[in-house]
Unconditional design. Structure first.
Length: 317
C-alpha cells in the first residue's frame, strides 16, 4: 500500500547535511516533491462515499515525511534569508494547534476502538457452537448489539471546526520571502489539510463544511495538487463516517435483522460483521500509528525551530 510513499521518501532530506552545498536547491526540492506526494493520494480508493481510514493513514504518513524534511531545512542556517525568526516563531505558534488536533484524533480513535468491544462480545456469543438455539445467548447478543448502536459519537465532532480554524496558517508570504518562510507555509498548509481531513472524517459536524473551504492560491508549485486533494476529500464526505466504519454499521444492521433466524443467513451476517470489524480495526491501528508518527515529527520540527532561534540569539556562525 505504501509503495508510492516509499518511492518519494528519497526526495525528502532527512539530515541538515544532505542540504549542502546548495541549500536553495534543497528548498526547491521539497516544493517540487510535494505535488508528487499529494497526487499519489489520488484517486481516493473505495466505492463508499466515505473516506477510508487507510487513505487517511497514507496522507498522515506523507505529512510526517514533510514535517521531517522541514525540520532538516529550518536547521540549516545557510538557507537564503538565514534564520527567519518571525517565520519560526509563527510556526511554533501554529504547531500547538496541530498537536492539539493530533491529540483529539488519537482520543477519537481510542473511543472507536472501545466502542467495538460490545460488538466483539456479540460476535463471540453468536458463534454456531455457542448459540445452538439458546434464547439467553441470543438475548445477550441482542443487548450487546444494542449497546454498540446506542453508543454516542465522540467529542471530536463538537470541536472539529475550532481545531481546523486554529490550524490555518498566517497569510501566505509574498515577494522575496525567506526560504524558511516558504517551507513553513507549505508544511502548515499541508498539516491543516491532512488533519482537517482526519478530524472531519472521524467527527463530521462543522469540520466537514470547513474542509471544503481549504484551498491555496495558484502561485505555489504545489498548489494545484494540494487543491485537487482538498476537493477530492471534500467530495467524498457526503457521509461523515470512515468507509470502514460505514461498512461495519451496514453489516450490523443486517445482522440485527436476522439475529432471530436460525438459518444460513444468520451465519453469513455474522461473518460479514467479523470481516468488516477486522478491516475497521486494521484501519484504526494504522491511523493511530500514522497520527503518532506525525505528532513526533512535528515535535522534531519544533525542536529544530527552537534550536535555530536560540542559535540566532547566541550569534552562532
Amino acid at each position: 500500500m505504501f509503495s508510492l510513499i516509499r518511492r518519494y521518501e528519497s526526495l525528502f532530506p532527512s539530515k541538515p547535511s544532505s542540504l549542502k552545498p546548495s541549500a536553495s536547491s534543497a528548498t526547491r526540492s521539497l516544493e517540487e516533491a510535494l505535488p508528487l506526494c499529494l497526487r499519489s493520494l489520488l484517486p481516493i480508493p473505495g466505492d463508499s462515499p466515505g473516506v477510508p481510514l487507510r487513505w487517511l493513514h497514507r496522507a498522515v504518513r506523507i505529512l510526517a515525511l514533510t514535517l521531517a524534511a522541514t525540520a532538516a531545512l529550518v536547521s540549516d542556517r545557510s538557507l537564503p534569508g538565514g534564520v527567519d525568526s518571525d517565520a519560526l516563531t509563527a510556526h511554533l505558534d501554529a504547531g500547538v494547534s496541530f498537536l492539539d488536533a493530533c491529540n483529539a484524533a488519537s482520543a477519537e480513535i481510542a473511543q472507536l476502538e472501545h466502542r467495538l468491544l460490545p460488538l466483539r462480545v456479540a460476535l463471540r456469543i453468536l458463534r454456531p457452537d455457542e448459540v445452538d438455539g439458546d434464547e439467553n445467548a441470543l438475548r445477550r447478543a441482542r443487548r450487546a448489539i444494542a449497546e454498540w448502536e446506542s453508543t454516542p459519537s465522540g467529542e471530536i465532532g463538537r470541536s472539529a471546526g475550532e481545531l481546523i480554524r486554529r490550524m490555518a496558517p498566517d497569510e501566505p508570504p509574498r515577494g522575496s520571502a525567506s526560504a524558511v518562510r516558504r517551507v513553513t507555509y507549505a508544511v502548515e498548509s499541508l498539516s491543516r489539510l491532512v488533519m482537517a481531513a482526519v478530524v472531519a472524517v472521524l467527527g463530521g459536524g462543522e469540520g466537514k463544511a470547513l474542509l471544503g473551504e481549504i484551498r491555496v492560491s495558484g502561485e505555489w508549485p504545489w498548489a494545484e495538487a494540494f487543491n485537487e486533494v482538498a476537493a477530492a476529500v471534500s467530495g467524498r464526505l457526503r457521509v461523515a463516517l470512515p468507509g470502514e466504519l460505514e461498512a461495519v454499521e451496514s453489516a450490523v444492521r443486517r445482522l440485527a435483522g436476522v439475529i432471530d433466524d436460525e438459518t444460513e443467513e444468520l451465519g453469513m451476517a455474522v461473518e460479514a460483521v467479523e470481516l468488516t470489524t477486522e478491516e475497521l480495526t486494521v484501519g484504526l491501528d494504522g491511523l493511530t500509528d500514522g497520527v503518532n508518527g506525525a505528532f513526533h515529527a512535528a515535535m522534531g520540527t519544533r525542536t529544530a525551530a527552537l534550536k535555530s532561534l536560540r542559535c540566532r540569539l547566541r550569534g552562532c556562525s
